[in-house]
Design a protein around this ligand. Structure first.
Ligand SMILES: *Cc1c(COP(=O)(O)O)cnc(C)c1O
Length: 402
């Protein structure tokens, strides 16, 4: 079975989790900042915790924060749980990012921050985004914080500008399903050392340091992930996941439950053992992105162009965290592929403002593009080590589908 995603981990990471790791989190922060064009980086146990603590550190409370309707639900959770109010903007069907015309119309004098996500590795138009923020600041006479969510787009560029290096802060997420991983983990990068110090202070005064047991459990979790994604074992993983609930936490969207909540360990510091894995992964980053770009181009050229399928764009600077196609009959296609040993993904199966939990914020407004995407997208494997013969097989299956 070919998995829908697969962390790019090998003996290097395996060895790293047993090495001396004192001070690894600080080292990881420094190297991460340097790699992604920032002055500072501050590490967290999850991306969502990072966002939550950022809002606290800059004293946003009861304030309106704009975000896309179609993205990972934990972004909305971070806004709501930090005592703020999410306001949603529908996306563009071209690249799944926030529709910037709609964004301009959604900003009001109550807007205090905007979370712009570069979804699926596609860079959002930074020039337009920044001018919307500048115009609104001039019009309303107060600061509007710009957060770039780069969880899918480590190192993507917009017109040769690295995403996440402008605006106030960038968010990266590092769980096992992301482009690079630190087992779990999230990180904020900044250009402003003063602001970084403030965030670090907030983190250090509000996060617990977890005990030894957790770092052992994290090693176990990492080892079992390595095993689960092994080519020869993945068939079992897939079966366990589809037929039982044991593995949902490991490989399915762990945030599908539609409640606004954080896991109990959301405010325990990132572990040094996690940072050790992150440090190894940073070294592989260039190779991972190169492979994903090549595979996306391969799909673009070789997948059968069914008339009623909508293929993703090839965009300069994109990093392709996912290769996403909209199809009219998703269940059937997922089944046809899985019967033949290919596990396709269906990543974001909700339009956040249209979920039960966010009705009170969206008051019945509709987000047609987010909704359509939530119902019709599938994504193809982009694992950095996917083999030519597997790609050929994927393309061949496509030719027989109606
Ligand atoms: C993964 C992800 C996050 C953060 O996820 P955590 O699980 O909290 O680390 C944020 N935004 C997007 C778009 C993501 O995909």
């Amino acid at each position: 079975m070919i998995p829908r995603f697969k962390p790019h981990i090998d003996s290097k990471e395996l060895i790293s989790i047993f090495r001396r790791n004192k001070g690894a989190v600080e080292r990881f922060e420094k190297e991460f900042a340097a790699r992604f064009g920032a002055k500072e980086a501050v590490a967290f146990p999850y991306g969502r915790s990072a966002l939550y603590t950022f809002f606290q550190a800059i004293n946003l409370q009861n304030d309106e924060i704009i975000m896309p309707a179609y993205t990972c639900s934990v972004v909305a959770h971070a806004i709501a749980l930090s005592g703020n109010i999410p306001r949603f903007v529908d996306i563009s069907l071209f690249d799944y990012n926030m529709d910037l015309d709609l964004l301009a119309n959604t900003v009001t004098e109550k807007t205090r921050a905007i979370v712009a996500t570069h979804l699926f590795g596609y860079p959002q138009d930074l020039d337009v985004l920044e001018s919307i923020v500048a115009d609104a600041e001039a019009k309303y006479g107060h600061k509007i914080w710009l957060i770039q969510d780069c969880a899918h787009s480590f190192g993507a560029t917009w017109k040769n500008r690295l995403v996440g290096t402008s605006g106030d802060v960038a968010l990266y997420a590092l769980n096992i399903s992301k482009m690079i991983t630190s087992i779990f983990g999230g990180i904020l990068t900044l250009q402003d050392a003063g602001l970084a110090a403030k965030i670090r202070e907030k983190r250090d005064s509000t996060y617990r340091i977890s005990g030894l047991i957790k770092s052992c459990m994290r090693r176990l979790y990492f080892l079992s992930s390595m095993a689960a994604f092994n080519e020869n074992i993945y068939g079992v993983t897939w079966w366990l996941q589809e037929r039982t609930s044991i593995l949902n936490k490991l490989t399915k969207s762990y945030h599908l439950d539609q409640k606004i909540h954080f896991p109990p360990n959301a405010f325990e510091k990132m572990l040094d053992v996690e940072a050790m894995v992150g440090l190894e992964q940073l070294k592989k980053y260039d190779e991972i992105v190169k492979a994903r770009r090549e595979t996306a181009l391969w799909y673009d050229k070789n997948l059968n162009r069914h008339q009623d399928w909508e293929f993703p764009p090839i965009v300069e600077g994109a990093t392709y965290s996912h290769y996403v196609v909209r199809v009219p009959n998703r269940e059937k296609i997922l089944n046809e592929y899985s019967k033949r040993g290919i596990n396709l993904g269906e990543l974001i199966q909700y339009s956040i403002p249209e979920t039960q939990a966010y009705q009170e914020y969206s008051k019945g407004a509709s987000f047609p593009q987010a909704k359509l995407s939530s119902l019709s997208t599938i994504n193809f494997p982009l694992n950095a080590d996917i083999k030519e013969k597997d790609l050929t097989k994927i393309a061949k299956i496509g030719r027989y589908l109606q």
